[in-house]
Structures are given as structure tokens and as C-alpha cells.
Design a protein around this ligand. Sequence first.
Ligand SMILES: CC(C)(COP(=O)(O)OP(=O)(O)OC[C@H]1O[C@@H](n2cnc3c(N)ncnc32)[C@H](O)[C@@H]1OP(=O)(O)O)[C@@H](O)C(=O)NCCC(=O)NCCS
Length: 167
Amino acid sequence: MRRSGVSETVATRSEVDPPVRIRRLTYSDLPAVLSIERRSFPTPWSLAMFVLELSKPSGICLAATTDRGMVGYLICSRYADVWHLMNVAVEPDMRRQGLATMLMQGLFDAAGPDARYTLEVRTSNDEAITMYRRFGFRPAGRRRRYYHDNGEDALIMWLDAPAAVGA
Ligand SMILES: CC(C)(COP(=O)(O)OP(=O)(O)OC[C@H]1O[C@@H](n2cnc3c(N)ncnc32)[C@H](O)[C@@H]1OP(=O)(O)O)[C@@H](O)C(=O)NCCC(=O)NCCS
């Protein structure tokens, strides 16, 4: 199965300095991905977890890059007819410039108009929850003590029709 109808470059945004390009994530990106991952999460994914996700033919894995290199990534897996947003992170000093929004928009464009999405997010992760709400994700329950490092609950969120976010 073809991964999606998107071209290699999903989007560019020239008003961000330096300009940002959204494209497919590749195995050769993974060292840079791991660097951002380890500075973004208390329990970062391993290299093997990223390799597994990239190996899934139906997944959508996107990179945000500048001429200086990788600045963000998004990993989404398809299970039956639902897309599971597995991971999204942005280089710490490039946050609040719309890069995660660009990655999310790239996902929505790639998955098509009828796609449904779900995700889990730490209940303390206000910035991510705020962003997901802006796209129309809504809370749909909790997984108790889902995160083993601190026993924190996961908030389950669902999205049936992405909202257009001016970014
Ligand atoms: C969550 C994350 C990916 C957002 O990336 P980003 O590129 O900064 O996001 P954007 O600039 O596209 O922001 C989109 C919107 O999300 C919300 N948002 C993002 N960061 C926020 C913050 N620190 N405080 C409040 N709202 C925030 C805002 O509504 C923002 O829109 P605005 O800037 O117009 O107000 C980034 O903070 C990150 O990498 N965090 C660590 C990893 C993580 O927690 N990933 C999510 C796992 S579920």
C-alpha cells in the first residue's frame, strides 16, 4: 500500500527563521530525532522503537527540517481505520513558531479527509493538550497510571474531523 498521496515535500514555511520544510522521515534522520527526543521526554523512545514505526508501510512519519538540520518530527501509525498519533516533538529552542502545527497539518493532508485520530498524552502536558484541542481533539477518558516513570495518568483524546488552524 502506498503510504499516502503526499509528495516528498509536504509543506514549507518561509516566515519561520530559518525556513522550515516538512518531508517524510527517513532512517538516516534517526540520530537527529533521538537527540530531540531525549531532550523532550522524561522516558524517551529508543532507536528500536523509531525503527519499528518507520518500518510500518501504512504509517505516516514526518520530519521538519531547516538548512541547519532536523527541528521536529511526528510519528503516526494506522490501526484498522484509526490513526494513532504516537509521537511529536520539536527542538526546544524552535518551539512556539508553529512547527508542530505544520507537522500536524502535514499528517492531516497525508491521511486524507475521512481519517479519524486518537492519542494519549500526559495529563500534565498542558502545551500539547492545548495544541491538540486547537485541532479539535477532545478528551475521551483516561488510562490510569499509564506512565511508569511517575505513575501519571494518560488523557485519551479523539479527533473525527480536523479543525483548520491558521498557522
Ligand atoms: C508540544 C510541542 C510538540 C508543541 O510544538 P510547537 O512547535 O511549539 O507547537 P506550535 O508552535 O505549533 O504551537 C501550537 C499551539 O499549541 C499551543 N502551545 C504550544 N506550546 C505551548 C506552551 N508552551 N504553552 C501554551 N500553549 C502552547 C498553543 O496553542 C500554540 O499556538 P500559539 O503559539 O498560536 O498560541 C512541543 O512543545 C514539544 O516538543 N514538547 C515536548 C514533547 C511533547 O510533549 N510532545 C507531545 C507528546 S503527547
